[in-house]
Design a protein around this ligand. Structure first.
Ligand SMILES: *[C@@H]1O[C@H](CO)[C@@H](O)[C@H](O)[C@H]1NC(C)=O
Ligand SMILES: *[C@@H]1O[C@H](CO)[C@@H](O)[C@H](O)[C@H]1NC(C)=O
Ligand SMILES: *[C@@H]1O[C@H](CO)[C@@H](O)[C@H](O)[C@H]1NC(C)=O
Ligand SMILES: *[C@@H]1O[C@H](CO)[C@@H](O)[C@H](O)[C@H]1NC(C)=O
Ligand SMILES: *[C@@H]1O[C@H](CO)[C@@H](O)[C@H](O)[C@H]1NC(C)=O
Ligand SMILES: *[C@@H]1O[C@H](CO)[C@@H](O)[C@H](O)[C@H]1NC(C)=O
Ligand SMILES: *[C@@H]1O[C@H](CO)[C@@H](O)[C@H](O)[C@H]1NC(C)=O
Ligand SMILES: *[C@@H]1O[C@H](CO)[C@@H](O)[C@H](O)[C@H]1NC(C)=O
Ligand SMILES: *[C@@H]1O[C@H](CO)[C@@H](O)[C@H](O)[C@H]1NC(C)=O
Length: 484
């Protein structure tokens, strides 16, 4: 076929799909995509529309570039539920997605590099998106040869399964679906484990598990149509219910999804679909309660600690530490090294003092441990040890901590006090921690507090000026009177 021929053919095809789709939509049938179809990043069509209208497959924007995936159409925002080649960098505008004549699903970058989006051994004849959100490829005898449901990213949809030894990885952010900081593993022992991505498969770092306590192994994670979220054995019988379910079953009005979110928490969501694409998203269940979000290991980086204040989660640096990158506070803190040098010199103790942070603790990882001491004894011991920067004190135990400090948190129910060695002349007071919020709310509060303080000081200043003035005037008057 000549290029012109292809162009004509694809135009016809487009026209065909357009008309076809309008009719199909009215009939609420599943639209099938045939070989030879193409999607574009910056011209229509940039996605393939499907019958239910809730799910769409195509290019979605990621920064000013694009990724290929599936999303739930909704206003004000679409929700991405699957991404192809999620950890590849997004493609520049000008890329195309081709369902080739020879039955392969290919991504062509703007520089004409070709990457397969589905690894299949047979040629596909038809591509289709089921109303469940599953994008599938069929061979010419209508057998499924590839399904997006078999490659979960961070989300499970109704009827999608997570099988033993498979993992969901959190995304970097809602718009960047690359691998984030956490993973959720369905182990052979029948339990789900949430842990930081960088740790080995070490149970020590698990911060949440389904603890099914089940003797059964090889369990599968499922989401039922009524939103019941459960682990089942190979025979299909439920071994453990994470949620009871029982919500409305009506795929045209309501969708359920389970997402292992950016903050390392598994949550079950409900999308209530309204007319004109409006949708309400609500959380039906979460593995870790809002007020315990600091228990997610790695939510704040090394040497920092996590603190919750209402809806705000903050990562804070202890005294003598500063943010590695003040713009990305969750990366962690580093020791202010300018303040380190002279500890091993002559007047080592003279230069330092200890400051305490109540209800603050890190992962137990000490290089030295003292027992039967009080808090002063712990402080004194750390002060005399040049290698000691931070000690934690609990009951009568003093833990001299190794750096980097990890998995730190502050919580009024923690019985541990952190003791930090700081320079004697340091302006930092006991409660001075470097505050920087992940969320903006507190920033506003601080601004308000600041404004109030400024107004108050102006008021006090004016008042004192007035008092001084009147006092002086009165003094002058007295002086003048006494001189008379
Ligand atoms: C994903 O990509 C990032 C940066 O491009 C890289 O640091 C990370 O190791 C990758 N993760 C995996 C699991 O490949
Ligand atoms: C389609 O796939 C099925 C199952 O893998 C296979 O039995 C069948 O022969 C395939 N059909 C064609 C035309 O390749
Ligand atoms: C779409 O293709 C599949 C596989 O060939 C077929 O089973 C299904 O009936 C088709 N749907 C429509 C609406 O044509
Ligand atoms: C779990 O499945 C694997 C392979 O699928 C199998 O080798 C293993 O024996 C199974 N374990 C149990 C306890 O059923
Ligand atoms: C889970 O819930 C379903 C439906 O309510 C119920 O039939 C099943 O027995 C429950 N399974 C367990 C292990 O409690
Ligand atoms: C979403 O919630 C608002 C307010 O609660 C309500 O008015 C609206 O009807 C809801 N929309 C859907 C689609 O449920
Ligand atoms: C401290 O942790 C407990 C449970 O572990 C939680 O209920 C409480 O809300 C937390 N308090 C703060 C301030 O984070
Ligand atoms: C680091 O320490 C030096 C010396 O004590 C001090 O002048 C400086 O302000 C500190 N920097 C931060 C960010 O605290
Ligand atoms: C630190 O706190 C003490 C009393 O708690 C106060 O007297 C002192 O002025 C404070 N220092 C600074 C630098 O804020």
């Amino acid at each position: 076929m000549s290029e012109l021929g292809i162009l004509m053919a694809s135009k016809l095809l487009l026209l065909f799909f357009f008309c076809h789709y309008s009719i199909r939509k009215a009939q609420s049938l599943q639209s099938n995509i045939t070989t030879g179809s193409t999607l574009y990043t910056n011209s229509t069509p940039n996605f393939w529309p499907f019958s239910s209208g809730h799910f769409v497959f195509g290019f979605y924007p990621s920064g000013n570039r694009f990724k290929v995936g599936i999303w739930v159409v909704g206003s004000p925002k679409n929700t991405i539920v699957w991404t192809s080649r999620r950890n590849d960098s997004a493609v520049s505008p000008g890329a195309t997605l081709v369902f080739s004549i020879d039955g392969r699903l290919l991504l062509l970058s703007s520089t004409r590099q070709v990457q397969p989006l589905a690894q299949t051994t047979q040629a596909a004849a038809v591509a289709s998106m089921h109303d469940s959100g599953n994008f599938v490829l069929y061979n010419s005898s209508s057998k499924i040869i590839w399904a997006s449901f078999d490659y979960p990213t961070d989300t499970l949809m109704v009827s999608q399964k997570l099988v033993p030894e498979k993992t969901l990885y959190s995304s970097v952010s809602k718009t960047d679906t690359s691998f984030g900081n956490f993973k959720l593993l369905l182990a052979r022992d029948g339990n789900l484990y949430a842990l930081p991505i960088r740790s080995l498969q070490d149970r020590k770092y698990v911060y949440w598990s389904s603890s099914s306590g089940s003797v059964e192994r090889n369990l599968t994670l499922n989401l039922a149509a009524d939103s019941r979220f459960y682990l089942s054995s190979s025979s299909g019988s439920s071994a453990m219910n994470l949620t009871a379910g029982g919500y409305l079953v009506d795929g045209s009005k309501v969708l359920y999804r389970a997402t292992f979110d950016v903050h390392g928490i598994l949550r079950l969501y409900r999308h209530q679909m309204g007319s004109q694409g409006s949708s309400n998203i609500s959380i039906l269940w979460m593995a870790i309660r809002e007020e315990n979000r600091c228990s997610v290991k790695g939510i704040c980086g090394p040497n920092s600690f996590c603190s919750i204040d209402g809806a705000d989660l903050s990562c804070l640096c202890p005294p003598r530490f500063e943010f590695v990158d003040p713009k990305q506070v969750s990366i962690g803190c580093k020791l202010n090294l300018t303040a380190k040098k002279d500890c091993f010199g002559d007047n080592r103790k003279a230069n330092y003092r200890m400051t305490s942070l109540p209800n603050t603790a890190w992962e137990p990882n000490e290089y030295d441990l003292l027992s039967s001491v009080n808090e002063e004894g712990c402080s004194e011991n750390c002060l005399e040890d040049c290698n000691c920067v931070v000690a934690t004190f609990r009951d009568t135990m003093c833990f001299k901590q190794k750096l980097p400090l990890r998995f730190g948190m502050r919580n009024s129910s923690l019985p541990t006090t952190a003791l930090v060695k700081i320079r004697r002349e340091s302006l930092q007071n006991d409660t001075d921690v470097v505050v920087n919020k992940i969320t903006k709310k507190l920033g506003k509060k601080l601004v308000i507090v600041g404004l109030v303080l400024i107004s108050l000081s102006i008021f006090i200043f004016l008042l004192s000026e007035y008092l001084i003035f009147t006092y002086r005037a009165w003094g002058c008057k007295m002086l003048m009177m006494s001189n008379i």
